[in-house]
Each structure stands twice: as structure tokens, then as C-alpha cells.
Design a protein around this ligand. Structure first.
Ligand SMILES: O=C(O)CCC(=O)C(=O)O
Ligand SMILES: [Fe+2]
Length: 318
């Protein structure tokens, strides 16, 4: 694998303008084949939506603990995760013994009802906070549009002729995560993380971060490269499912957050994944399959249940 020292930048202007994307697709293949991370500029998302989501996040995290805990994370994986309650139990990248030094609000697709046949279907838990739900929904609408455009670009980059798989993203599985990282003491133990080393398990993550910094990306040689804030840009990375679909051509790269800046940090990852009924397998045209097919819903169930149990246990301990 090619070693890297910085995170590439991709200008999305031709894609957003509906112009020729041949060069962009080539740049995408290189960036995500080598680094698995990129800064996306000229992505077309209204800066006002970004401002509104950060404002909503700050107001949410400033609410009293009991108000936030009233909507604690449920089995549909929606709601509030308090600090010191989420340990990355599935991490095979580091021995993670201490819970993440961050708190978050998780929103998923807003379904009108919970369908027992569809894992994670349901409605969200909303706090009583004026304008909060509206800000989340408007942001998610814009990011879902961008997510679809980026998935198409990814398949172009892989030279996939039959793009019928795109219909798996018509009713996508999404998470909007409003993260708050308090400052960590520079004297904190080395294995205390804002977010412990992990790979994202889905297809694409579109991350907005404030101006504080703290995100780091691991190189093939095991070094950590900073992914500092870039004004107006989104940090986009590939997760394990797109890695499998691409038959290993696009990388799912480990990353972590350590916030020793002395400042509070807010970030907003948006996870864009296919419907839970989707079977994930190397796509035709990517060569002899290196991965066995798996069902996304079943995969999520095994991934999330372990985390949920660990999270509930920590909560009860407090
Ligand atoms: O806060 C960040 O910058 C990254 C968060 C992250 O990696 C995640 O939520 O998966
Ligand atoms: Fe992540």
C-alpha cells in the first residue's frame, strides 16, 4: 500500500455543475484507493445549513443532563449517548479499555412506523429544543443528496457499468451524529481518546468539523496524519461496506480523535449507507471477489448490539 503524508483535496465543482467528471473520477479513485480520506470542496451544500446544524448541536449539548438523558440511545439506535458511556468494544485496531471522551446525539431515518421486518426502522427521539429538528432534517436532506452523488462518483471511479446498486440508496440507512468533545487534559493517559481508533463500518462518511482540530488518519505504515479543519470543506471517508463493494479497491482507513487543544470541539459526521436489506458483495467488474457477500442489516445487528449492550452496562454503572 502507498504511504501518504497528507489528505488529498477533491474539487466537486464539475459534479455539482453536471459537467464532465472523467478527471474527478480519476482523482477519486486515486485518493480513496491510497488514502481512503479526502477533503471535498465546492460540494454545493448551503453554508447556512452547516451553520444551523452546528448551532443546533451547541444548543443541544448545553441542555441539562437530565433533559438529554430523557432521550438516551434506544434499541433503534437513536438518541443521546452521554460521555463516558461508549466504549469501542469492536475495535480490533487498538486495545480500547476507556470510554470515548465525547457525547453525541444520533438521528437516523425518520420512518412513520417501526417495521419489525426492517432492522433499525423507526422514528427519532427529539429533544424539546426550538428549531432543532428542523435544522437536523434540512441538513440530512442536503447531505443525502450529496451522498447519492458521491456514491455515483465512486462507482464511476471503479468503472462499474451496471449502476443498479444505486437503488439501494433510495431509502438509505443514515446517521447524523452531533458530537461534542470536551477538552482533554494534555496529561491524560495515552489510551484516552475523544474517539478511539476505528474504521467506519458503512459506505461513506461526510464529516463537518469546527475549527478546533483533533482528527487523525492512520497511514499504512501505522503513522498518524492530522486532518485539520479546512474552511467550507467536508472530510469524506470510505467505510468497510464500500471497501467490500469495491473489492478492496477503495480503502476504509482507521482514524481517531484526540482533543488536547484545551478547547471544546464539535463535529458532525453524516453516515450514508444502503438500505438494511442490501447484500454487500464485490461489484461485477471489480475482479475475482476477495470478500464473501453479507447482508447489511444482519451485519449491523451484530455490530451494534454488542456496542449497545456495553453502552447500557456502562450507563447502569453510573
Ligand atoms: O469527530 C470526528 O472528527 C470523527 C468522528 C468519527 O470518526 C465517527 O463518529 O465515526
Ligand atoms: Fe469514524
Amino acid at each position: 500500500m502507498t504511504e501518504f503524508t497528507d489528505i488529498p483535496v477533491l474539487d466537486l465543482a464539475p459534479l455539482i455543475a453536471g459537467e464532465d467528471t472523467t478527471e474527478l473520477a480519476r482523482a477519486f479513485a486515486k485518493a480513496y484507493g491510497e488514502t481512503g480520506f479526502g477533503y471535498i470542496t465546492n460540494h454545493g451544500v448551503d453554508p447556512a445549513l452547516r451553520e444551523a446544524i452546528f448551532n443546533a448541536s451547541e444548543r443541544f449539548h448545553a441542555l441539562p443532563a437530565e433533559t438529554k438523558n430523557a432521550i438516551a440511545l434506544n434499541r433503534q439506535h437513536r438518541g443521546y449517548i452521554a460521555i463516558n458511556t461508549s466504549t469501542d468494544v469492536n475495535s480490533d485496531l487498538a486495545e480500547v479499555t476507556k470510554p470515548n471522551q465525547s457525547a453525541s446525539f444520533m438521528m437516523m431515518r425518520e420512518d412513520t412506523e417501526t417495521d419489525p421486518e426492517v432492522y433499525l426502522s423507526g422514528s427519532n427521539q427529539w429533544p424539546e429544543l426550538e428549531g432543532f429538528r428542523e435544522a437536523c432534517e434540512a441538513y440530512v436532506t442536503a447531505m443525502s443528496t450529496l451522498g447519492r452523488q458521491l456514491m455515483r462518483l465512486a462507482f464511476d471511479a471503479l468503472d462499474i457499468k451496471d449502476k443498479s446498486i444505486l437503488s439501494a440508496f433510495d431509502t438509505p440507512t443514515i446517521w447524523l451524529r452531533l458530537l461534542h468533545y470536551p477538552p482533554q487534559s494534555p496529561q491524560a493517559p495515552e489510551d484516552l481518546y475523544g474517539s478511539a481508533p476505528h474504521k467506519d463500518f458503512g459506505c461513506l462518511t461526510l464529516l463537518a468539523q469546527d475549527d478546533v482540530g483533533g482528527l487523525q488518519v492512520q497511514t499504512p505504515a501505522g503513522n498518524w496524519v492530522d486532518a485539520p479543519p479546512m474552511e467550507g470543506a467536508l472530510v469524506v471517508n470510505v467505510g468497510d461496506m464500500l471497501h467490500r463493494m469495491s473489492n478492496g479497491c477503495l480503502r476504509s482507513t482507521p482514524h481517531r480523535v484526540i482533543n488536547t487543544t484545551g478547547r471544546e470541539r464539535y463535529s458532525v459526521p453524516f453516515f450514508f449507507d444502503p438500505h438494511v436489506s442490501t447484500d454487500i458483495a464485490p461489484l461485477p467488474g471489480t475482479g475475482a471477489p476477495k470478500f464473501k457477500p453479507l447482508n447489511f442489516g444482519e451485519f449491523l445487528r451484530s455490530e451494534l448490539e454488542a456496542g449497545y449492550e456495553a453502552h447500557s452496562l456502562t450507563k447502569d454503572d453510573q
